[in-house]
Ligand binder design. Structure first.
Ligand code: PMP
Length: 441
């Protein structure tokens, strides 16, 4: 569109740019679920900082909290020293945690990103158990640093760096639609749990017991795949019985997005280690690990970092967590998610290229397939990446920003701000429908 900002971006910025390739916008203004670009087009933002902006853009509570810090004379840089703002943030976060984590949890501030917190979690469990191995799941996404890449269950981003650094064993994730065992539903859940149990118990399997198993309760980047709650309960049981720590990566699924404060609460389990980022900083960079006090085996200073005290992020985070609770946004996200899912299921009935609609709360996905080739035993058709990309572009033309994910980039992911209204949900669905018709022409 001859946009000078985009031209200068392409000229100066690294080829590693990710979002600008498929979402070629220069942004100017934002409020709530709406984003306006420099050319005046308004979009409904169903990406929301990759699930970061729980309260949407520029929520008054977040802005007010940031302004209060700026006007208070508080040092903005504090390393990991404490302040009244940090103290308040920790209080608020612990008020959001279910028991027994609220009573037994320890918090560690990490560098500002989700990947930083993943690195800390991996080092923590290795320190606490004296074991080196970590088990992770196919299709998982945990970040782009080397340790986080090692447990990311997708070869393409890590192949140039020597495959899998570290002692990592991958396990099949319970992806019902393309089940690794060729089984759907309950049989797939049983087979998956049985496989993990055997690997842990059979010395002939050739792997040492791990320090931890790390899992997303809902795979996000991997294609919005919720783990069946019974499978998570089984995984919790299996790890508890063998003294293997269970790390839940709720960087994306945490903080009311799935209709509960944390996705693991749907399964009624408690992780040993909880990895949190994105929404926790109200749009500013912040990440933490919360873990059971029995794992606190660090030597003092064993995991350092300069940027673990972002006061603005903590203030914005406190305001976000307060608002999530006072406005009951977890149940709102659950209700809005059901409404959007209803629309998407209707679209699926009308369009054979929608293979599966899935997700929980406002973390929803739609797998785009080629319906011509016959389905597998679990009813899956081959992914149609080209159609998914075309759909994304058509959505953009209709004024909806959304992202793709999944192993073949063929899953449309919807992560709108949790404050989205029923009317806005209906508009998003109408626009997706129009985009679908245009993409299939
Ligand atoms: N874990 C999960 C589940 C994520 O979705 C992401 C980011 N999409 C990360 C970790 C990494 O976070 P960051 O990009 O902040 O490093």
């Amino acid at each position: 569109r001859g946009n000078a900002y985009l031209e200068r971006q392409a000229a100066r910025e690294s080829n590693a740019r990710t979002y600008p390739r498929r979402i070629p916008l220069a942004l100017q203004q934002a409020q709530g679920v709406y984003l306006r670009d420099t050319q005046g087009q308004v979009f409904i933002d169903c990406l929301a900082g990759a699930g970061t902006l729980a309260l949407g853009h520029n929520h008054p509570a977040t802005l007010e909290a940031i302004r209060r810090v700026l006007d208070s004379g508080l040092p903005l840089h504090t390393l990991d020293l404490t302040t009244p703002v940090k103290d308040r943030f920790v209080e608020e976060l612990f008020d959001c945690l279910p028991e027994p984590l609220a009573a037994r949890g320890r918090i560690q501030f990490c560098g500002p990103t989700g990947a930083d917190a993943i690195e800390a979690a991996l080092k923590l469990v290795k320190t606490a158990t004296g074991r080196r191995g970590v088990w992770a799941f196919s299709g998982a996404y945990h970040g782009m640093t080397q340790g986080a890449l090692a447990i990311t269950g997708n070869l393409s981003p890590k192949q140039p760096f020597g495959g899998s650094p570290g002692d990592v064993q991958f396990l099949p994730y319970p992806y019902d639609y393309r089940c690794p065992f060729g089984l759907g539903g309950e049989a797939g859940v049983d087979a998956g749990l049985h496989y993990i149990e055997q690997l842990l118990d059979d010395p002939e399997a050739g792997v040492l017991p791990p320090a931890a198993i790390v899992v997303e309760a809902v795979q996000g980047e991997g294609g919005v795949i919720p783990a069946p709650w019974r499978w998570l309960q089984g995984l919790r049981e299996i790890t508890r019985r063998r003294g293997v720590a269970l790390i839940l990566d709720e960087v994306q699924s945490g903080f009311a997005r799935t209709g509960r404060m944390f996705a693991f609460e749907h399964a009624g389990i408690t992780p040993d280690v909880l990895v949190l980022s994105k929404a926790i900083g109200g749009g500013l960079p912040l990440s933490v690990v919360v873990y059971d006090e029995s794992l606190d085996a660090w030597a003092p200073g064993a995991h350092a970092g300069t940027f673990r005290g972002n006061q603005l992020a903590m203030a914005a985070g406190t305001a976000t967590l307060q608002t999530l609770r006072s406005e009951q946004l977890a149940s709102h996200a659950g209700a809005m998610g059901e409404r959007l899912r209803g629309h998407l299921l209707q679209l699926q009935r009308d369009h054979a290229c929608i293979g599966q609609v899935r997700g929980t709360g406002l973390m929803l996905g739609m797998e785009i397939v080629d319906p011509e080739p016959p389905a597998t035993r679990t009813g899956a058709h081959p992914p149609d990446t080209a159609l998914a990309r075309s759909l994304q572009q058509q959505c953009l033309r209709q004024g909806v920003i959304l992202e793709l994910g999944g192993r073949h980039g063929a899953v449309v992911r919807l992560l709108p701000p949790l404050i989205i209204t029923a009317e806005e949900i209906d508009i998003v669905a109408e626009r997706i429908e129009r985009a679908l018709r245009a993409a299939r022409l």
